[in-house]
Design a protein around this ligand. Sequence first.
Ligand SMILES: [Zn+2]
Length: 694
Amino acid sequence: MKLSRLAPVFFIAAGIAVAQSPAPSSNVDSRPAPPAASKSFDLSAIDKSADPCEDFYKYACGNWVKANPIPSDQTRWARSFSVLGERNRYLLWQELDAAAKDPKTPLEKKYGDFFAACMNTDLIEKEGLDPIKPALDRIAALKDTKGLAPLVGGLAQRGDPAPLFRFGVQVDERDASKQIASVSQAGLSLPDREYYISDGKRFQTIRQQYREHITKMFTLAGDTPEDAAKEADAVLTIETALAKASTSRTALRDPENRYHIYTVADFQKLTPDFDFAAYFKDVQVRPFETLNVATPDFFKELNELVSSEPVDAWKSYIRWQTIHASASNLPKAFYDEDFNFFGKTLAGQKEPTPRWKQCTAATDRALGEAVGQDWVKAHFPPKSKASMDQLVAALDKALAADIQTLPWMSDDTKKAAEAKLALYRNKIGYPEKWRDYSAMIVKRDDAIGNMHRDAVFQRNFNLNKLGKPVDEKEWGMTPPTVNAYYNPSMNDINFPAGILQPPFFDPDIDPAVNFGGIGVVIGHEMTHGFDDQGSKYDGRGNLREWQTAEDRKKFVERTDCEVAEYGGFEAAPAHDDVPEAKLNGKLTLGENTADNGGLRIAYMALLDVLAKEGKTIDEKIDGYTEAQRYFLGFAQVWCQNETEQAARQSAMTDPHSPGRWRVNGSVQNFDEFGKAFGCHRGQPMYPENSCRVW
Ligand SMILES: [Zn+2]
């Protein structure tokens, strides 16, 4: 799955990139208890001392925020995403734990063994570095930088972590019926290029701590402290050069900036000192003549770096990448040190994530469509799918009507927008056809080997797509995932079974709350097809302008309004000598546009449904009108607490705004909110001037 992520897909939410893989920890033996569920509509979350017209997030979530501190094994705790995510993970764990002990089918045996190997920390401890010794030996044998490409290719071939860049097959952005090879920048360990480049004091400190962390890891691997410190310097030199050569996240939002078709021969001319022909042979991709070089400048710089850095520096860098990427399945001392830096220091997490949670997540990542088959049987009844079909149809109708009434768009562009909308594909719950895992060998006594075989399996799956037609039925998320996405090249919206549960979607609650929850999620994904990135693709998934020049100009003026608005929101406050962090209005533009559009069209869809039932938006339940319940239901999806470190990290790396601004930014751009709560024009949530794209 990692390889296929060369092209963008737009999620409803993103977590923090921390402790991504399983980790030995002290609480291995504690049996998990079932977590409580979040209510779909929670009166006790509301802080009535706050004025909804001044700060709606505080009103809707204030008491929840006070009563729900971040658990020690998390960096962010959200009322809906985290609580439901924990619940799904627990249910999945029950399935894995049972399969590990007493498998009933060959598939249960496979994922049960994967999970059991991951949980076997005694064996992991005993084996030490043995499982990565073949990789370390290869790296130690590197003679000169000519050997770099065969080394990286050889590591990739075996499924060892292969650093420096990503290679895979993706849909051709200009001809979405084709799948082509693509290479793009990678090779960093810190969360973003800015961490290497920024001269702010906070980043200088982080780099110093990172250097100490690398040194400690090399020492654990058996090097003297002096050697380890020198190696850490070499790693930082190479990663910093790669960071400087990398294109920023914000620039990469523009699809034009990541689409450059090269012949293989011309690409090789760009990187004469790195033998890509050898690499392609090693990863066993069938021959091809052209490829997308997403970030040509990066590869040019990489080539410079190959000749300017001594072979010993490269050995240190690749050795570091190997140890770092394997830390979660190495002895506890390695994991603890990895957690200390990447979890505690960078993200503010107090305790390591319990092993059972990590191994459940790892099994879901590796064998998600195997585990998911049984999971949906137990937790996703057919009637949920039928209700979702109806909701999606209602939102689809509302978006079509919204396009019709858009004040700024010409009739020609409206027609083109409708044509795109008519070609949307909806995927709900889980794949029609499950992935075949028979080629993937799982061993019950080999956690790292399983990781390697999984990497090879996923790579082969991805590389086999080269030159073949696009599989429209393929999913990019596993069924228990609490998330959703829109993929512009496929022009499809995808809602895994995992999110189609309370508090997002509750068959027993009034429609206002469901439209504020899952309705806005659906509207959000639909609007992604028309945000700053999605709007550049047509209904067939091709990168092609379909707006008139005049309308595109107006579109950009309107998105610029959101860029400025959200760019003024605070992500983390100033204190001591650390400056305030603001949101990046450009990085979060697509998500903010999707939030704003989602809130508007789900509201329109709700009005339609209420009218059909002979009800109005002013009828009251629990003392709130249906309109107010809609906005409260929406806001309560986003109640959250987050560590300051994670908030600062997210502000640089996450295209999603934090909960507070997803709520307040969206409602202040939608007049129906101010009307529903009787706000006075000019109050913060009901301003004189606001932004509107869709
Ligand atoms: Zn999104």
